[in-house]
Design a protein around this ligand. Structure first.
Ligand code: ATP
Ligand code: MG
Length: 566
Protein backbone atom coordinates (compact mmCIF):
# COMPACT_ATOMS: atom_id res chain seq x y z
CA UNK A 1 0.00 0.00 0.00
CA UNK A 2 1.32 3.43 -0.87
CA UNK A 3 1.14 6.05 1.84
CA UNK A 4 -0.85 9.26 1.80
CA UNK A 5 0.34 12.17 -0.30
CA UNK A 6 2.43 14.57 1.79
CA UNK A 7 1.92 17.28 -0.79
CA UNK A 8 -1.76 17.25 -1.76
CA UNK A 9 -2.95 19.74 -4.38
CA UNK A 10 -3.49 23.25 -3.10
CA UNK A 11 -6.97 24.64 -2.41
CA UNK A 12 -8.53 27.81 -1.02
CA UNK A 13 -7.98 26.58 2.56
CA UNK A 14 -4.27 26.17 1.89
CA UNK A 15 -4.21 29.71 0.56
CA UNK A 16 -5.66 30.91 3.87
CA UNK A 17 -3.03 28.89 5.71
CA UNK A 18 -0.22 30.27 3.53
CA UNK A 19 -1.39 33.76 4.41
CA UNK A 20 -1.58 32.88 8.12
CA UNK A 21 1.95 31.50 8.01
CA UNK A 22 3.16 34.64 6.30
CA UNK A 23 1.63 36.71 9.09
CA UNK A 24 3.13 34.51 11.79
CA UNK A 25 -0.31 33.54 13.08
CA UNK A 26 -0.33 30.77 15.75
CA UNK A 27 3.47 30.91 15.82
CA UNK A 28 3.54 28.99 12.54
CA UNK A 29 1.75 26.03 14.07
CA UNK A 30 -0.80 24.04 12.01
CA UNK A 31 -3.18 21.77 13.90
CA UNK A 32 -6.32 20.38 12.29
CA UNK A 33 -8.71 17.69 13.49
CA UNK A 34 -11.17 15.20 12.10
CA UNK A 35 -14.20 15.27 14.41
CA UNK A 36 -16.65 12.43 13.67
CA UNK A 37 -19.65 11.73 15.83
CA UNK A 38 -19.59 7.99 16.62
CA UNK A 39 -23.20 7.48 15.59
CA UNK A 40 -22.58 5.46 12.43
CA UNK A 41 -19.91 4.22 10.05
CA UNK A 42 -17.88 6.65 7.99
CA UNK A 43 -18.81 7.20 4.36
CA UNK A 44 -16.97 8.49 1.30
CA UNK A 45 -17.96 12.06 2.25
CA UNK A 46 -16.05 11.64 5.48
CA UNK A 47 -13.11 10.40 3.43
CA UNK A 48 -13.05 13.81 1.76
CA UNK A 49 -12.89 15.50 5.15
CA UNK A 50 -10.24 13.02 6.39
CA UNK A 51 -8.04 13.59 3.33
CA UNK A 52 -8.44 17.34 3.71
CA UNK A 53 -7.70 17.49 7.43
CA UNK A 54 -4.92 14.90 7.58
CA UNK A 55 -3.58 15.90 4.16
CA UNK A 56 -3.33 19.55 5.20
CA UNK A 57 -1.40 18.58 8.34
CA UNK A 58 0.99 16.45 6.24
CA UNK A 59 1.49 19.24 3.75
CA UNK A 60 2.40 21.83 6.40
CA UNK A 61 4.21 19.39 8.72
CA UNK A 62 1.55 20.07 11.30
CA UNK A 63 -0.63 17.63 13.20
CA UNK A 64 -4.17 16.38 12.84
CA UNK A 65 -6.12 15.03 15.81
CA UNK A 66 -8.81 12.38 15.73
CA UNK A 67 -11.58 13.66 17.94
CA UNK A 68 -14.78 11.81 18.66
CA UNK A 69 -17.59 14.28 19.00
CA UNK A 70 -19.46 12.12 21.48
CA UNK A 71 -21.95 14.43 23.12
CA UNK A 72 -25.14 12.60 22.21
CA UNK A 73 -25.08 9.26 24.09
CA UNK A 74 -28.49 8.13 22.88
CA UNK A 75 -27.21 7.67 19.31
CA UNK A 76 -23.58 6.71 19.90
CA UNK A 77 -21.82 3.43 20.40
CA UNK A 78 -18.32 1.91 20.78
CA UNK A 79 -18.97 -0.17 17.67
CA UNK A 80 -18.89 3.09 15.73
CA UNK A 81 -15.80 4.36 17.55
CA UNK A 82 -13.96 1.16 16.61
CA UNK A 83 -15.08 1.28 12.99
CA UNK A 84 -14.03 4.92 12.64
CA UNK A 85 -10.56 4.20 14.01
CA UNK A 86 -10.19 1.28 11.63
CA UNK A 87 -11.40 3.27 8.62
CA UNK A 88 -9.15 6.29 9.17
CA UNK A 89 -6.15 3.98 9.60
CA UNK A 90 -7.09 1.99 6.53
CA UNK A 91 -7.30 5.18 4.50
CA UNK A 92 -3.63 5.62 5.35
CA UNK A 93 -3.66 8.33 8.01
CA UNK A 94 -2.25 8.36 11.49
CA UNK A 95 -3.18 10.40 14.55
CA UNK A 96 -0.40 8.94 16.72
CA UNK A 97 -1.44 9.30 20.35
CA UNK A 98 -3.80 12.18 19.63
CA UNK A 99 -7.09 10.33 19.98
CA UNK A 100 -9.44 12.62 21.82
CA UNK A 101 -13.05 12.54 22.94
CA UNK A 102 -15.35 15.47 23.60
CA UNK A 103 -16.55 13.39 26.57
CA UNK A 104 -13.06 13.70 28.08
CA UNK A 105 -13.79 17.41 28.30
CA UNK A 106 -17.19 17.15 30.02
CA UNK A 107 -15.84 18.50 33.30
CA UNK A 108 -14.05 21.38 31.54
CA UNK A 109 -17.09 22.12 29.41
CA UNK A 110 -19.19 22.26 32.54
CA UNK A 111 -16.67 24.72 33.99
CA UNK A 112 -16.91 26.98 30.93
CA UNK A 113 -20.71 26.88 31.18
CA UNK A 114 -20.38 28.00 34.80
CA UNK A 115 -18.08 30.80 33.63
CA UNK A 116 -20.72 31.94 31.13
CA UNK A 117 -23.38 31.92 33.85
CA UNK A 118 -21.17 33.91 36.22
CA UNK A 119 -20.60 36.49 33.51
CA UNK A 120 -24.34 36.80 32.96
CA UNK A 121 -23.99 35.21 29.50
CA UNK A 122 -26.06 32.08 30.07
CA UNK A 123 -29.27 31.23 31.90
CA UNK A 124 -31.41 28.29 32.87
CA UNK A 125 -34.69 28.33 30.99
CA UNK A 126 -37.83 26.40 31.96
CA UNK A 127 -39.66 26.72 28.67
CA UNK A 128 -40.46 23.40 27.04
CA UNK A 129 -39.23 22.42 23.59
CA UNK A 130 -42.36 23.62 21.86
CA UNK A 131 -42.32 27.01 23.58
CA UNK A 132 -38.64 27.47 22.79
CA UNK A 133 -39.35 26.88 19.17
CA UNK A 134 -42.25 29.29 19.20
CA UNK A 135 -40.25 31.98 21.05
CA UNK A 136 -37.37 31.63 18.63
CA UNK A 137 -39.34 33.32 15.86
CA UNK A 138 -38.81 32.91 12.15
CA UNK A 139 -36.20 33.97 9.64
CA UNK A 140 -38.34 36.98 8.80
CA UNK A 141 -39.57 37.86 12.31
CA UNK A 142 -37.62 38.48 15.51
CA UNK A 143 -37.81 36.12 18.46
CA UNK A 144 -39.34 36.73 21.89
CA UNK A 145 -37.33 36.76 25.08
CA UNK A 146 -37.89 33.93 27.53
CA UNK A 147 -39.51 34.95 30.82
CA UNK A 148 -36.54 33.19 32.51
CA UNK A 149 -33.94 35.24 30.67
CA UNK A 150 -33.23 37.65 33.48
CA UNK A 151 -32.62 35.22 36.30
CA UNK A 152 -29.63 36.27 38.41
CA UNK A 153 -26.29 34.53 37.93
CA UNK A 154 -26.67 33.11 41.47
CA UNK A 155 -30.05 31.59 40.72
CA UNK A 156 -28.80 30.25 37.38
CA UNK A 157 -25.75 28.71 38.98
CA UNK A 158 -27.86 27.04 41.65
CA UNK A 159 -30.29 25.66 39.05
CA UNK A 160 -27.49 24.50 36.74
CA UNK A 161 -25.83 22.63 39.64
CA UNK A 162 -29.16 20.99 40.40
CA UNK A 163 -29.53 20.05 36.74
CA UNK A 164 -26.19 18.30 36.97
CA UNK A 165 -27.16 16.68 40.28
CA UNK A 166 -30.16 15.07 38.65
CA UNK A 167 -32.80 17.02 40.55
CA UNK A 168 -34.95 17.72 37.48
CA UNK A 169 -36.56 15.42 34.97
CA UNK A 170 -35.29 15.09 31.39
CA UNK A 171 -36.29 17.97 29.18
CA UNK A 172 -37.67 20.12 32.03
CA UNK A 173 -34.91 22.74 31.90
CA UNK A 174 -32.06 23.76 29.64
CA UNK A 175 -29.10 26.08 29.80
CA UNK A 176 -29.10 28.75 27.09
CA UNK A 177 -26.55 31.25 25.96
CA UNK A 178 -27.80 34.81 26.44
CA UNK A 179 -27.09 36.47 23.12
CA UNK A 180 -29.78 38.24 21.10
CA UNK A 181 -33.37 37.19 20.41
CA UNK A 182 -33.52 39.77 17.61
CA UNK A 183 -30.49 38.50 15.74
CA UNK A 184 -31.14 37.88 12.03
CA UNK A 185 -29.20 34.64 12.60
CA UNK A 186 -31.53 32.20 14.31
CA UNK A 187 -28.57 30.32 15.79
CA UNK A 188 -27.76 33.44 17.82
CA UNK A 189 -31.21 33.64 19.41
CA UNK A 190 -30.23 32.31 22.83
CA UNK A 191 -29.23 28.84 21.63
CA UNK A 192 -29.48 25.82 23.91
CA UNK A 193 -26.06 24.81 25.24
CA UNK A 194 -26.93 22.11 27.80
CA UNK A 195 -29.82 19.71 28.17
CA UNK A 196 -30.89 17.15 30.73
CA UNK A 197 -30.72 13.65 29.32
CA UNK A 198 -30.61 10.43 31.29
CA UNK A 199 -28.79 8.20 28.88
CA UNK A 200 -25.81 5.96 29.56
CA UNK A 201 -22.76 7.22 27.71
CA UNK A 202 -20.43 4.67 26.09
CA UNK A 203 -17.45 6.23 27.88
CA UNK A 204 -18.70 8.15 30.91
CA UNK A 205 -21.48 5.73 31.84
CA UNK A 206 -24.07 7.35 34.11
CA UNK A 207 -21.75 9.99 35.51
CA UNK A 208 -23.61 12.74 33.69
CA UNK A 209 -27.30 13.46 33.21
CA UNK A 210 -26.67 16.76 31.45
CA UNK A 211 -24.93 16.88 28.08
CA UNK A 212 -23.54 19.86 26.15
CA UNK A 213 -24.94 20.65 22.71
CA UNK A 214 -22.78 20.35 19.61
CA UNK A 215 -22.30 24.10 19.10
CA UNK A 216 -21.04 24.55 22.64
CA UNK A 217 -18.86 21.44 22.84
CA UNK A 218 -17.30 21.69 19.40
CA UNK A 219 -15.67 25.11 19.52
CA UNK A 220 -14.42 24.59 23.07
CA UNK A 221 -13.00 21.14 22.22
CA UNK A 222 -11.17 22.76 19.31
CA UNK A 223 -9.81 25.46 21.62
CA UNK A 224 -8.75 22.99 24.35
CA UNK A 225 -6.75 21.04 21.76
CA UNK A 226 -5.13 24.15 20.33
CA UNK A 227 -6.64 23.60 16.90
CA UNK A 228 -5.54 26.35 14.52
CA UNK A 229 -7.85 25.70 11.57
CA UNK A 230 -11.22 24.11 12.28
CA UNK A 231 -12.35 22.82 8.90
CA UNK A 232 -16.00 21.86 8.51
CA UNK A 233 -18.72 21.64 5.88
CA UNK A 234 -20.73 24.56 4.51
CA UNK A 235 -23.86 24.01 6.58
CA UNK A 236 -21.86 25.20 9.59
CA UNK A 237 -21.14 28.57 8.05
CA UNK A 238 -24.24 29.96 9.71
CA UNK A 239 -23.04 28.55 13.06
CA UNK A 240 -19.71 30.35 12.81
CA UNK A 241 -20.87 33.55 14.64
CA UNK A 242 -21.91 31.32 17.55
CA UNK A 243 -18.60 29.44 17.42
CA UNK A 244 -16.78 32.75 17.70
CA UNK A 245 -19.15 34.24 20.26
CA UNK A 246 -18.70 31.37 22.71
CA UNK A 247 -14.92 31.43 22.45
CA UNK A 248 -14.90 35.21 22.89
CA UNK A 249 -16.81 35.01 26.18
CA UNK A 250 -14.74 32.44 28.02
CA UNK A 251 -11.15 32.07 29.18
CA UNK A 252 -10.08 29.37 26.71
CA UNK A 253 -6.41 29.19 25.69
CA UNK A 254 -6.93 29.85 21.97
CA UNK A 255 -9.42 30.80 19.31
CA UNK A 256 -9.34 28.50 16.27
CA UNK A 257 -10.49 29.76 12.90
CA UNK A 258 -13.47 27.93 11.44
CA UNK A 259 -13.33 27.46 7.66
CA UNK A 260 -16.11 25.83 5.67
CA UNK A 261 -15.93 23.80 2.47
CA UNK A 262 -18.54 22.07 0.30
CA UNK A 263 -19.45 18.53 1.30
CA UNK A 264 -19.18 15.68 -1.13
CA UNK A 265 -22.45 14.55 -2.68
CA UNK A 266 -22.25 11.46 -4.87
CA UNK A 267 -24.88 10.68 -7.45
CA UNK A 268 -27.08 7.58 -7.11
CA UNK A 269 -26.38 7.07 -3.43
CA UNK A 270 -27.08 8.68 -0.06
CA UNK A 271 -24.54 10.40 2.10
CA UNK A 272 -26.07 10.69 5.52
CA UNK A 273 -25.42 8.42 8.45
CA UNK A 274 -29.04 8.71 9.50
CA UNK A 275 -30.24 7.36 6.16
CA UNK A 276 -27.52 4.73 5.96
CA UNK A 277 -28.53 3.58 9.46
CA UNK A 278 -32.11 3.12 8.23
CA UNK A 279 -30.88 0.87 5.41
CA UNK A 280 -28.96 -1.23 7.93
CA UNK A 281 -31.71 -1.38 10.57
CA UNK A 282 -34.44 -2.17 8.08
CA UNK A 283 -32.20 -4.84 6.53
CA UNK A 284 -32.41 -3.28 3.09
CA UNK A 285 -28.68 -3.98 2.85
CA UNK A 286 -26.66 -6.73 4.53
CA UNK A 287 -24.94 -4.32 6.94
CA UNK A 288 -22.77 -1.22 7.16
CA UNK A 289 -20.18 -3.05 5.06
CA UNK A 290 -22.57 -4.14 2.32
CA UNK A 291 -20.52 -3.54 -0.84
CA UNK A 292 -23.29 -1.34 -2.26
CA UNK A 293 -23.02 1.10 0.64
CA UNK A 294 -21.06 4.35 0.19
CA UNK A 295 -19.37 3.59 3.52
CA UNK A 296 -15.62 3.13 3.79
CA UNK A 297 -16.31 -0.34 5.21
CA UNK A 298 -18.55 -1.20 2.24
CA UNK A 299 -16.04 0.08 -0.28
CA UNK A 300 -13.21 -1.81 1.42
CA UNK A 301 -15.20 -5.05 1.31
CA UNK A 302 -16.08 -4.45 -2.31
CA UNK A 303 -12.40 -4.03 -3.15
CA UNK A 304 -11.91 -0.28 -3.52
CA UNK A 305 -8.38 0.59 -2.43
CA UNK A 306 -7.34 3.40 -0.08
CA UNK A 307 -5.15 4.77 -2.89
CA UNK A 308 -8.14 5.00 -5.21
CA UNK A 309 -10.26 6.76 -2.60
CA UNK A 310 -7.49 9.21 -1.74
CA UNK A 311 -6.91 9.94 -5.43
CA UNK A 312 -10.62 10.52 -5.86
CA UNK A 313 -10.66 12.98 -2.95
CA UNK A 314 -7.73 14.86 -4.45
CA UNK A 315 -9.32 14.88 -7.88
CA UNK A 316 -12.64 16.37 -6.77
CA UNK A 317 -10.83 19.18 -4.98
CA UNK A 318 -12.07 21.48 -2.24
CA UNK A 319 -14.46 24.33 -3.01
CA UNK A 320 -17.15 26.52 -1.48
CA UNK A 321 -19.87 25.34 -3.88
CA UNK A 322 -22.17 22.38 -3.36
CA UNK A 323 -22.40 20.05 -6.33
CA UNK A 324 -23.20 16.47 -7.25
CA UNK A 325 -20.21 14.32 -8.16
CA UNK A 326 -20.60 11.56 -10.72
CA UNK A 327 -19.96 7.98 -9.59
CA UNK A 328 -18.01 7.48 -12.82
CA UNK A 329 -15.21 9.62 -11.42
CA UNK A 330 -14.83 7.41 -8.36
CA UNK A 331 -14.94 4.29 -10.54
CA UNK A 332 -12.32 5.79 -12.81
CA UNK A 333 -9.98 6.26 -9.83
CA UNK A 334 -10.62 2.68 -8.73
CA UNK A 335 -9.87 1.30 -12.20
CA UNK A 336 -6.85 3.48 -12.57
CA UNK A 337 -5.33 2.09 -9.39
CA UNK A 338 -6.29 -1.56 -9.96
CA UNK A 339 -5.12 -1.51 -13.56
CA UNK A 340 -1.57 -1.08 -12.30
CA UNK A 341 -1.69 -3.59 -9.49
CA UNK A 342 -4.35 -6.26 -10.05
CA UNK A 343 -3.16 -9.58 -11.50
CA UNK A 344 -5.12 -10.78 -14.54
CA UNK A 345 -6.99 -14.06 -14.31
CA UNK A 346 -9.55 -15.92 -16.38
CA UNK A 347 -13.04 -16.34 -15.01
CA UNK A 348 -16.28 -17.31 -16.73
CA UNK A 349 -19.32 -15.68 -15.17
CA UNK A 350 -22.06 -17.43 -17.15
CA UNK A 351 -20.55 -20.73 -18.30
CA UNK A 352 -21.33 -22.56 -21.54
CA UNK A 353 -19.66 -25.91 -22.26
CA UNK A 354 -17.25 -26.06 -25.19
CA UNK A 355 -16.01 -29.48 -26.40
CA UNK A 356 -12.95 -29.63 -28.67
CA UNK A 357 -13.72 -32.78 -30.67
CA UNK A 358 -10.26 -33.27 -32.17
CA UNK A 359 -8.35 -32.64 -28.92
CA UNK A 360 -6.91 -35.77 -27.26
CA UNK A 361 -9.10 -37.23 -24.52
CA UNK A 362 -7.51 -36.96 -21.05
CA UNK A 363 -4.75 -34.57 -22.12
CA UNK A 364 -3.92 -31.43 -20.12
CA UNK A 365 -1.52 -28.79 -21.37
CA UNK A 366 -0.23 -26.01 -19.16
CA UNK A 367 -0.42 -22.74 -21.06
CA UNK A 368 1.54 -19.58 -20.32
CA UNK A 369 -0.61 -16.62 -19.33
CA UNK A 370 0.56 -13.06 -18.70
CA UNK A 371 -0.11 -11.89 -15.14
CA UNK A 372 -0.26 -8.18 -15.81
CA UNK A 373 0.49 -6.48 -19.12
CA UNK A 374 0.91 -3.20 -17.18
CA UNK A 375 3.58 -4.73 -14.99
CA UNK A 376 6.16 -6.93 -16.78
CA UNK A 377 7.69 -7.82 -13.41
CA UNK A 378 4.49 -9.70 -12.55
CA UNK A 379 5.60 -12.43 -15.00
CA UNK A 380 3.51 -15.31 -16.25
CA UNK A 381 1.65 -18.30 -14.83
CA UNK A 382 0.53 -21.69 -16.10
CA UNK A 383 -3.13 -22.41 -16.70
CA UNK A 384 -4.55 -25.84 -17.59
CA UNK A 385 -6.06 -26.42 -21.05
CA UNK A 386 -8.06 -29.55 -21.90
CA UNK A 387 -10.70 -31.04 -24.18
CA UNK A 388 -13.69 -29.65 -22.31
CA UNK A 389 -13.77 -25.96 -21.47
CA UNK A 390 -16.23 -23.34 -20.34
CA UNK A 391 -16.67 -20.12 -22.24
CA UNK A 392 -18.98 -17.17 -21.60
CA UNK A 393 -22.57 -17.71 -22.85
CA UNK A 394 -22.37 -14.29 -24.32
CA UNK A 395 -19.42 -15.28 -26.49
CA UNK A 396 -21.53 -17.53 -28.72
CA UNK A 397 -24.13 -16.49 -31.29
CA UNK A 398 -26.12 -18.94 -33.32
CA UNK A 399 -26.63 -16.21 -35.90
CA UNK A 400 -23.85 -13.63 -35.65
CA UNK A 401 -24.47 -10.01 -36.47
CA UNK A 402 -22.15 -8.22 -38.85
CA UNK A 403 -19.63 -7.03 -36.30
CA UNK A 404 -19.69 -10.10 -34.09
CA UNK A 405 -16.23 -11.68 -34.06
CA UNK A 406 -16.63 -14.16 -31.24
CA UNK A 407 -17.83 -17.76 -31.51
CA UNK A 408 -20.44 -18.67 -34.13
CA UNK A 409 -21.04 -21.69 -36.38
CA UNK A 410 -18.25 -22.08 -38.94
CA UNK A 411 -16.21 -19.18 -37.54
CA UNK A 412 -12.71 -19.32 -36.16
CA UNK A 413 -11.96 -17.63 -32.85
CA UNK A 414 -8.94 -17.39 -30.57
CA UNK A 415 -9.03 -18.88 -27.10
CA UNK A 416 -6.87 -16.52 -25.08
CA UNK A 417 -3.48 -18.20 -24.34
CA UNK A 418 -4.90 -21.41 -25.86
CA UNK A 419 -5.54 -22.31 -29.49
CA UNK A 420 -7.60 -21.16 -32.42
CA UNK A 421 -10.82 -23.14 -32.66
CA UNK A 422 -13.60 -23.33 -35.24
CA UNK A 423 -17.15 -24.03 -34.20
CA UNK A 424 -18.61 -27.11 -35.91
CA UNK A 425 -21.95 -27.65 -34.18
CA UNK A 426 -23.99 -26.95 -31.07
CA UNK A 427 -26.85 -28.46 -29.12
CA UNK A 428 -29.93 -26.79 -27.73
CA UNK A 429 -32.37 -27.51 -24.97
CA UNK A 430 -35.45 -28.71 -26.87
CA UNK A 431 -37.79 -27.03 -24.40
CA UNK A 432 -36.18 -23.65 -23.74
CA UNK A 433 -34.23 -23.33 -26.96
CA UNK A 434 -31.18 -22.34 -24.92
CA UNK A 435 -27.78 -23.35 -26.32
CA UNK A 436 -26.35 -26.01 -24.00
CA UNK A 437 -23.12 -27.19 -25.57
CA UNK A 438 -20.80 -26.18 -28.39
CA UNK A 439 -18.50 -28.38 -30.41
CA UNK A 440 -15.42 -27.22 -32.23
CA UNK A 441 -12.09 -28.34 -33.70
CA UNK A 442 -8.75 -26.80 -32.81
CA UNK A 443 -5.73 -26.10 -34.97
CA UNK A 444 -2.70 -27.70 -33.21
CA UNK A 445 -0.38 -25.27 -35.04
CA UNK A 446 -1.80 -22.30 -33.11
CA UNK A 447 -0.62 -23.08 -29.58
CA UNK A 448 -0.62 -19.99 -27.37
CA UNK A 449 -3.11 -18.36 -29.73
CA UNK A 450 -0.47 -17.64 -32.36
CA UNK A 451 -1.04 -17.90 -36.10
CA UNK A 452 2.22 -19.04 -37.75
CA UNK A 453 0.74 -18.45 -41.21
CA UNK A 454 -0.18 -14.91 -40.25
CA UNK A 455 -3.91 -15.38 -40.77
CA UNK A 456 -6.10 -12.82 -39.05
CA UNK A 457 -8.57 -13.84 -36.40
CA UNK A 458 -10.46 -10.93 -34.99
CA UNK A 459 -12.15 -12.44 -31.97
CA UNK A 460 -10.44 -13.53 -28.76
CA UNK A 461 -12.43 -15.00 -25.90
CA UNK A 462 -11.59 -16.27 -22.43
CA UNK A 463 -12.21 -19.78 -21.11
CA UNK A 464 -11.42 -22.14 -18.26
CA UNK A 465 -10.81 -25.88 -18.28
CA UNK A 466 -13.94 -27.65 -17.03
CA UNK A 467 -12.05 -30.40 -15.22
CA UNK A 468 -9.80 -27.94 -13.39
CA UNK A 469 -11.99 -24.91 -12.76
CA UNK A 470 -13.24 -23.92 -9.33
CA UNK A 471 -16.91 -23.04 -8.96
CA UNK A 472 -17.61 -19.70 -7.40
CA UNK A 473 -20.37 -17.30 -6.46
CA UNK A 474 -19.97 -13.87 -7.98
CA UNK A 475 -21.86 -10.79 -6.82
CA UNK A 476 -22.38 -7.98 -9.28
CA UNK A 477 -23.30 -4.56 -7.98
CA UNK A 478 -25.09 -1.67 -9.51
CA UNK A 479 -26.07 1.74 -8.15
CA UNK A 480 -27.77 1.80 -4.78
CA UNK A 481 -30.44 4.25 -5.95
CA UNK A 482 -32.20 4.53 -9.28
CA UNK A 483 -32.21 8.35 -9.19
CA UNK A 484 -29.13 10.57 -9.22
CA UNK A 485 -30.22 12.88 -6.42
CA UNK A 486 -32.87 11.49 -4.08
CA UNK A 487 -32.90 14.70 -2.04
CA UNK A 488 -34.37 16.59 -4.98
CA UNK A 489 -37.17 14.04 -5.45
CA UNK A 490 -40.50 13.89 -3.65
CA UNK A 491 -40.89 11.09 -1.13
CA UNK A 492 -38.80 8.79 1.00
CA UNK A 493 -35.35 8.05 -0.40
CA UNK A 494 -35.97 4.34 0.19
CA UNK A 495 -38.62 4.31 -2.50
CA UNK A 496 -35.78 5.00 -4.95
CA UNK A 497 -33.66 2.00 -4.01
CA UNK A 498 -32.51 0.26 -7.18
CA UNK A 499 -34.12 -3.23 -7.14
CA UNK A 500 -31.27 -4.50 -9.34
CA UNK A 501 -28.40 -3.21 -7.23
CA UNK A 502 -27.28 -6.77 -6.48
CA UNK A 503 -27.13 -9.69 -8.89
CA UNK A 504 -25.82 -12.99 -7.55
CA UNK A 505 -24.33 -15.46 -10.04
CA UNK A 506 -23.79 -19.03 -8.88
CA UNK A 507 -21.74 -21.73 -10.57
CA UNK A 508 -19.28 -19.33 -12.14
CA UNK A 509 -16.10 -21.09 -13.30
CA UNK A 510 -12.69 -19.70 -12.43
CA UNK A 511 -9.05 -20.57 -12.90
CA UNK A 512 -8.17 -23.17 -10.25
CA UNK A 513 -5.76 -20.88 -8.41
CA UNK A 514 -8.63 -18.58 -7.44
CA UNK A 515 -9.86 -21.18 -4.96
CA UNK A 516 -6.98 -20.05 -2.77
CA UNK A 517 -7.69 -16.31 -2.83
CA UNK A 518 -7.99 -14.86 0.66
CA UNK A 519 -10.73 -12.38 1.51
CA UNK A 520 -9.69 -8.97 0.25
CA UNK A 521 -7.42 -10.32 -2.49
CA UNK A 522 -8.12 -8.75 -5.86
CA UNK A 523 -7.67 -9.53 -9.51
CA UNK A 524 -8.97 -8.63 -12.92
CA UNK A 525 -11.02 -11.26 -14.70
CA UNK A 526 -10.01 -10.48 -18.24
CA UNK A 527 -12.78 -8.79 -20.19
CA UNK A 528 -15.04 -8.78 -17.12
CA UNK A 529 -13.75 -6.27 -14.64
CA UNK A 530 -12.00 -6.18 -11.30
CA UNK A 531 -13.01 -8.60 -8.58
CA UNK A 532 -12.27 -9.05 -4.89
CA UNK A 533 -12.60 -12.21 -2.78
CA UNK A 534 -15.33 -11.67 -0.21
CA UNK A 535 -15.30 -12.55 3.50
CA UNK A 536 -18.12 -15.02 2.77
CA UNK A 537 -15.66 -17.25 0.86
CA UNK A 538 -15.24 -20.78 2.21
CA UNK A 539 -12.37 -23.18 1.46
CA UNK A 540 -12.94 -24.44 -2.09
CA UNK A 541 -16.06 -22.27 -2.47
CA UNK A 542 -14.91 -18.75 -3.19
CA UNK A 543 -17.22 -15.76 -3.32
CA UNK A 544 -16.14 -12.74 -5.36
CA UNK A 545 -17.43 -9.19 -5.49
CA UNK A 546 -17.20 -7.33 -8.72
CA UNK A 547 -15.43 -4.13 -7.74
CA UNK A 548 -16.01 -2.38 -11.02
CA UNK A 549 -16.57 -3.53 -14.60
CA UNK A 550 -13.92 -2.89 -17.25
CA UNK A 551 -14.58 0.07 -19.42
CA UNK A 552 -12.88 -0.96 -22.61
CA UNK A 553 -12.38 -4.72 -22.36
CA UNK A 554 -9.42 -5.88 -24.37
CA UNK A 555 -9.03 -2.97 -26.69
CA UNK A 556 -5.49 -2.46 -25.50
CA UNK A 557 -4.38 -6.02 -24.84
CA UNK A 558 -5.36 -7.18 -28.31
CA UNK A 559 -3.88 -4.23 -30.16
CA UNK A 560 -5.96 -3.54 -33.19
CA UNK A 561 -8.20 -6.57 -32.90
CA UNK A 562 -11.60 -5.05 -32.38
CA UNK A 563 -13.52 -6.57 -29.52
CA UNK A 564 -16.85 -4.90 -29.69
CA UNK A 565 -18.92 -5.10 -26.54
CA UNK A 566 -22.56 -5.46 -27.20
P1 ATP B 1 -23.83 12.82 8.22
O1 ATP B 1 -24.55 13.95 7.59
O2 ATP B 1 -23.45 11.75 7.27
O3 ATP B 1 -24.47 12.29 9.43
P2 ATP B 1 -22.17 14.39 9.84
O4 ATP B 1 -21.68 15.68 9.35
O5 ATP B 1 -23.26 14.43 10.83
O6 ATP B 1 -22.46 13.45 8.62
P3 ATP B 1 -19.90 13.88 11.46
O7 ATP B 1 -19.54 12.65 12.14
O8 ATP B 1 -20.29 15.05 12.30
O9 ATP B 1 -21.05 13.50 10.46
O10 ATP B 1 -18.78 14.30 10.43
C1 ATP B 1 -17.42 14.40 10.74
C2 ATP B 1 -16.78 15.37 9.80
O11 ATP B 1 -16.95 14.94 8.46
C3 ATP B 1 -17.40 16.74 9.91
O12 ATP B 1 -16.37 17.69 9.96
C4 ATP B 1 -18.23 16.87 8.68
O13 ATP B 1 -18.30 18.20 8.27
C5 ATP B 1 -17.47 15.99 7.68
N1 ATP B 1 -18.38 15.46 6.67
C6 ATP B 1 -19.54 14.80 6.87
N2 ATP B 1 -20.14 14.51 5.70
C7 ATP B 1 -19.34 14.99 4.72
C8 ATP B 1 -19.41 15.02 3.29
N3 ATP B 1 -20.43 14.48 2.62
N4 ATP B 1 -18.40 15.61 2.62
C9 ATP B 1 -17.36 16.15 3.27
N5 ATP B 1 -17.24 16.17 4.61
C10 ATP B 1 -18.21 15.60 5.34
MG1 MG C 1 -22.20 16.26 12.37
Amino acid sequence: MTSANTNPPSNFIHEIIDEDLKNGKNGGRINTRFPPEPNGYLHIGHAKSICLNFGTALKYKGICNLRFDDTNPSKEDVEYVDSIREDVKWLGFSWDEREYYASDYFEKLYGYAVELIQKGKAYVCDLNAEEIKEFRGKLTEPGKESPFRNRSPEENLDLFKKMRAGEFPDGSRILRAKIDMNSPNIHMRDPVIYRILRSTHHRTGDKWCIYPMYDFAHCISDAIEGITHSICTLEFEIHRPLYDWILDQISVPCHPQQIEFARLNLAYTVMSKRKLLQLVQEKLVSGWDDPRMPTIAGMRRRGYTPEAIRNFCETIGVTKFNSLTDMALLEHCVRDDLNKSAPRRLGVLRPLKLVIDNYPEGQTEMMDAVNNPEDPAAGTRKIPFSKILYIEKDDFREVPLKDYFRMAPGKEVRLRYGYLVTCTSFTKDPVTGEVTEIHCNYDPATRGGNTPDGRKVKGTIHWVSAGHAVSAEIRLYDRLLSVADASSEEGDFKSFLNPNSLEVLKGCKLEPELAKFAAGQMCQFERQGYFCADIDSKPGAPVFNRIVPLKDSWAKAEKGQTQKKK
